[in-house]
Ligand binder design. Structure first.
Ligand code: FCB
Length: 466
């Protein structure tokens, strides 16, 4: 008799848990043709920009952890960076910034997000190179003279070698060390720059460097990655506090990469729970920290880290980087325990093999808006598409989604396309081309890609209506 009950009870439990953990937004579909009928809601003050980071574009970064990584090899003797490439001159933005600012103007952009290279500004601990700061001040002046609002990122994945060798963000006092650098930059650029991003993508830095082994220092320990993530969030708070003390009118925020994790099968409880855990730990944990001051990272049996800050609400805006979603599969008894399942057809996949999923953009914006009504800047969004066959549609669809998010009341103030020009895509090197402008690396010649015209066209249209 009781045996007969077991099956329905187990089924009830299974489906109960399935529905409990299932993300109800996962099935969101959008009719992009219909979205095109909507009016544009972007106002005159909306920031239309592009984004870069120092190591990826400047050239001459010979004093940071990535420079060391360029000559490192993995356990099998293979170079850490695809085909042993080196950033070298990169996109030579250090010398060509004036020309590049004109490229922004040609696209009608009114904002630019870039990062300052810590290893150039503080080459040895406590020794600051004023000439490097002069350079960044000149970049800021040139932007302002051209009607382009600068947004400065203080940490975008790279560390000076001296900091890396001491243990980087594994050190408990790393927030203070980082903040001394921040104060120095603020001392110089503070009066001219209104928008500050403290740290770019804590999760990407922590998990690519300390769990996946794709970034320096190529460690593979989940618990260590969680500790690094905690310290990066602490560093954000310390930097934010310092910025506001020095420049109370400045606006400062953290840049979070909002990946979506969806189950490959919506009926498989393990898939559903595992991807739920990823969303909670990778995205929600950062939003919660920003708003409540509480950081909680927990993957049962594998890693656990908590931290409660004495201050909360340490942000004026949230920077959102959105690229794609991943469908993670956990196979506890399989040979490969973790896998990303690919389901999208080739026309919806970029050169990074990332799915093009604009609906996900809406989902992340909704999630962020459920935590705060403070301003949101889209600090990165874009695609690697060397053939330039997908760029125009990618841009249009994502901007239609953004438009809808604004129409639905979300507080979005700016959009920065990644990237202005082709550049050095970390461990993937130069092959992954994200640029609005194509670069011929032999001559450094910049050429506007056809698909990028869509961006300028939409910007101009939004200005016509308002
Ligand atoms: C983001 C990084 C940025 C760039 C894009 C493609 O995670 O912030 O530097 O590499 O991905």
């Amino acid at each position: 008799m009781y045996a007969l009950l077991i099956i329905p009870v187990l089924a009830l439990l299974y489906f109960g848990l399935l529905f409990w953990f299932r993300d109800r937004n996962a099935s969101l579909r959008m009719d992009f043709k219909k979205l095109k009928d909507d009016p544009w809601y972007f106002d005159r003050k909306f920031l239309w920009g592009s984004a870069t980071s120092s190591y990826q574009v400047e050239g001459g970064c010979t004093n940071n952890n990535w420079f060391q990584f360029e000559s490192a090899v993995d356990e099998n003797g293979h170079p850490r960076i695809s085909n042993g490439q080196k950033a070298g001159m990169a996109s030579d933005h250090w010398d060509r910034y004036k020309e590049d600012i004109q490229l922004m103007k040609e696209l009608s952009l009114n904002a630019y997000r870039f990062s300052v290279e810590w290893s150039k500004i503080e080459p040895k601990q406590g020794e600051f190179d004023e000439a490097a700061l002069d350079h960044y001040e000149q970049v800021v002046d040139e932007l302002l003279a051209n009607g382009i609002e600068p947004m400065v990122t203080l940490h975008h994945f790279t560390n000076p070698i001296w900091f890396e060798e001491k243990g980087a963000f594994l050190q408990e006092d790393s927030p203070e060390t980082f903040t001394r650098f921040v104060e120095h930059v603020l001392g110089r650029l503070g009066p001219k720059v209104k928008l500050w991003c403290t740290i770019n993508e804590p999760t990407a830095y922590a998990f690519s460097g300390y769990f996946i082994g794709l970034f320096p220092p190529a460690q593979k320990n989940l618990q260590t990655a969680a500790v690094v993530m905690r310290n990066l969030l602490r560093a954000h708070t310390a930097a934010y506090t310092a910025i506001k003390k020095m420049q109370p009118q400045a606006q400062a925020g953290l840049v979070v990469v909002m990946m979506i994790y969806d189950p490959p099968s919506r009926w498989n409880l393990l898939d559903v729970v595992f991807n739920h855990l990823l969303n909670r730990n990778m995205s929600d944990s950062q939003l919660r920290y920003l708003t409540d001051g509480i950081f909680k990272f927990s993957i049962p049996g594998l890693a656990s880290e908590t931290y409660a800050s004495s201050v909360r609400d340490t942000f004026d805006f949230i920077g959102v980087n959105y690229y794609t979603r991943f469908l993670w599969k956990l196979r506890p008894y399989g040979k490969r325990k973790l896998d990303i399942v690919k389901k999208a057809p080739p026309e919806r996949v970029t050169d990074m093999e990332w799915e093009i999923y604009p609906e996900g953009f809406y989902r992340v914006l909704k999630l962020v808006s459920s935590y705060t009504s403070k301003p949101i800047y889209i600090t990165e969004n874009g695609l690697a598409d060397d053939s330039d066959t997908k760029r125009a549609k990618f841009i249009e669809d994502h901007l239609l989604v953004l438009n809808k998010a604004i129409a639905d009341g979300m507080n979005i103030r700016g959009y920065f396309y990644w990237s202005l020009m082709d550049n050095f895509e970390w461990a993937y090197g130069f092959e992954k081309r994200f640029g609005l402008y194509h670069i011929d690396y032999a001559t450094q010649k910049r050429t506007l890609r056809e698909g990028s015209r869509k961006y300028a066209e939409i910007i101009r249209k939004t200005r016509e209506v308002r």
